[in-house]
Design a protein around this ligand. Structure first.
Ligand code: GCB
Length: 612
């Protein structure tokens, strides 16, 4: 079981936050062994004392910040460090916990405070934290030094998996070099990608909250469960307020049920005139512990909605929901995968402009800040774990599987309370035809369902329908296909028959609803030809139109969604098939529309009127 509930840090009457974003000192360990930092214990003294440092912004990927090719393509440990002043009242008040939290760092992290290791974490897309109260209080000064070493190496047992190759034939390579091979199509950006912060809680504190919602007629129901640590018998009070701040329900006890008369349900964007309705669930804990009185407050936004899958439909609040949306990446110029508010808000404005009601977090969990936006704006999310590129048979082994199960635990723990999240995706395009895929996906999907009984589970396949060994376990079939692109390049006329066959095969075998979870074509913005040729604006447009005509027939039967690949162009490794990245975006990497964006916009708004 995981340690702690990992509630998103929020300020309250009893909790404070201090952000540590901004400039950190930075050094990549270019030593031959790639291990000099550990050999010389760089965490023990200020980083600038053990060698040269450069400025590195946090959050951001480090890769595109400098002009150094060797840093862009670096594989191994990089070291981040900064000092922080811990407020005197935090230090002197022994009834407070001081917690250091990292939103995410890719891929493996070790964290020290004042030279003492406080935690380590595997996985590039989920948060981790450490109670550092004791370490900072032991220090004679209010200054404290935080050191984070991050390693981006991917192996057969990481998620996503990868392999390292050493090119060392001296007749070919004067210096020799390492390559990080992966089976996924995006650049392996690395560094501290999400906010780092300190926050406080009282010693008796709300560690976790889980809500499960439902409704009958106009009565909404919220079943809540809290976990309070630091006291064996806390008093828990829960109050629910609506958007206007009116208290609409309350309850006592660590677990309970709240009933809301005339409930405002949480609805997706364009399905209702008031999408993304959120209540505020305030948890108030009081307790006596060793003669002292403790009090903690935490407020969780809660949307009341249900999700259900039938043979042919995806139901939200008992109404058929059709996914007309996109696949995204956390990716942009300069900052790579670093969280960036202007970019986040721009992307939501573009989603709304498109009339998109949903996206998939291809191919890893996105920042919590993004899911909170989805909750508020009614953008429906298929929440994908970093199980992308599981292609090598050795990545189906026991160690890989065990880690995959833990990642699903971390993901469900983090995202279980988001109304926008309606389905988990445990993988993208694995080698699902290999014999071990059966046991592997059965295990991961069963485990995910045991962690969350309220949401359907899927993975995204590009395997043959007759040989896919994971498909029997999913609730919704999600299929990627690139007709007239990777197959029959240039032959737009093949799309209708091939897509039709794809749908009939999958539905015929499984009688489960289907989402077209990827389709698309690369466009170098501004390239035009007639007749349409690959990589032009015209070609993408016709690929889309041909796919859409088949979707329109099949959505009346069992196709429940279409997600374009991709929302925007994004960076990849350098290969012969990519021209400075993948160009299948309907927006450029700078978020300007290509011709395909206008096709989608017209379609999505029409679909919203027909299906919403
Ligand atoms: C896929 C992958 C996606 C790629 C895309 C492409 O099937 O899931 O990660 O970027 O195809 O453009 O090749």
């Amino acid at each position: 079981a995981l340690d702690g509930g990992m509630l998103y840090p929020r300020e309250s009457q009893t909790r404070e936050i201090k952000e540590l974003n901004g400039l950190w000192s930075f050094r990549a360990d270019f030593s031959r062994s790639r291990n000099l930092g550990f050999e010389k214990a760089w965490f023990k003294s200020p980083l600038a004392q053990t060698g040269p440092v450069i400025d590195m912004p946090v959050p951001a990927s480090f890769n595109d910040i400098t002009q150094e090719p060797r840093l862009r393509d670096f594989i191994g440990w990089v070291w981040y460090e900064r000092e922080v002043v811990v407020p005197q009242r935090w230090l002197s008040d022994g009834s407070l916990r001081i917690v250091l939290r990292v939103g995410s760092a890719h891929y493996y992290s070790v964290v020290w405070v004042n030279g003492q290791q406080v935690t380590e974490h595997e996985g590039g897309h989920l948060p981790f934290e450490a109670d550092i109260s004791r370490v900072v209080r032991a220090s004679p000064t209010v200054q404290c030094r935080i050191t984070i070493a991050v390693n981006n190496t991917l192996t057969l047992e990481t998620l996503p998996p990868g392999t390292i190759q050493y090119m060392n034939d001296p007749s070919k390579y004067p210096a020799g070099y390492f390559v990080q091979n992966t089976n996924f199509d995006f650049f392996n950006y690395a560094g501290i990608h999400r906010p780092v912060l300190l926050y406080t809680t009282p010693n008796v504190y709300i560690d976790d909250i889980t809500v499960v919602t439902g409704f009958a007629d106009n009565i909404g129901v919220i079943n809540y469960q809290t976990s309070v640590l630091g006291s064996p018998n806390p008093t828990v009070k829960v109050t629910l307020t609506d958007k206007d701040g009116q208290c609409v329900a309350s309850s006592n006890g660590v677990a309970g049920t709240l009933k809301i008369v005339n409930v405002n349900l949480w609805w997706p964007y364009l399905m209702h005139e008031n999408p993304g309705y959120l209540y505020s669930l305030e948890v108030h804990v009081t307790a006596e512990s060793s003669g002292k009185r403790y009090e903690d407050f935490y407020t969780l936004p809660v949307g009341v909605r249900t999700v259900q899958v039938t043979k042919t439909q995806f139901l939200i609040n008992n109404k058929p929901f059709y996914f007309h949306g996109v696949n995204k990446h956390e990716d942009s110029d300069v900052r790579g995968k670093g969280l960036d508010w202007p970019l986040i808000v721009k992307d939501f404005n573009l989603l709304k402009w498109l009339g998109a009601n949903s996206f998939r977090t291809s191919h890893y969990p996105y920042a919590e800040e993004i899911l909170q936006m989805c909750d508020r704006h009614g953008i429906v999310v298929i929440d994908e774990c970093p199980g992308v590129g599981i292609k090598d048979i050795r990545s189906f082994g026991n160690a890989s599987l065990a880690h995959h199960l833990v990642v699903m635990e971390e993901l469900v723990r983090r995202d279980k309370n988001h109304p926008s999240v309606v389905m988990w995706s445990v993988a993208n395009e694995p080698a699902a035809e290999m014999p071990p895929a059966d046991f592997y996906f059965k295990s991961v999907i069963t485990h995910t369902k045991s962690l969350d009984q309220t949401r359907p589970v899927t993975f995204i396949t590009d395997s043959n329908y007759a040989r896919d060994k994971g498909a029997p376990y999913v609730d919704v079939i999600c299929v990627n296909s690139y007709f007239s692109w990777y197959h029959d390049p240039g032959h737009l006329e093949v799309i209708p028959i091939q897509l039709n066959t794809q749908f009939e095969n999958w539905y015929g075998k499984y009688q489960k609803p289907i989402i077209q979870s990827e389709y698309g074509a690369d466009v170098v913005p501004g390239l035009h030809t007639d007749p349409p040729m690959m990589f032009t604006e015209e070609y993408q447009k016709i690929v889309l139109e041909n796919y859409h005509s088949v979707f329109d027939q099949k959505r009346k039967e069992y196709v429940i969604g279409e997600l374009i690949w991709n929302f925007a162009d994004f960076m990849t490794a350098q290969t012969v098939t990519r021209v400075v990245g993948n160009k299948k975006g309907v927006f450029s990497r700078q978020r300007q529309p290509k011709a395909g964006a206008f096709i989608l916009r017209e379609r999505y708004w029409r679909l919203a009127n027909e299906t919403g």
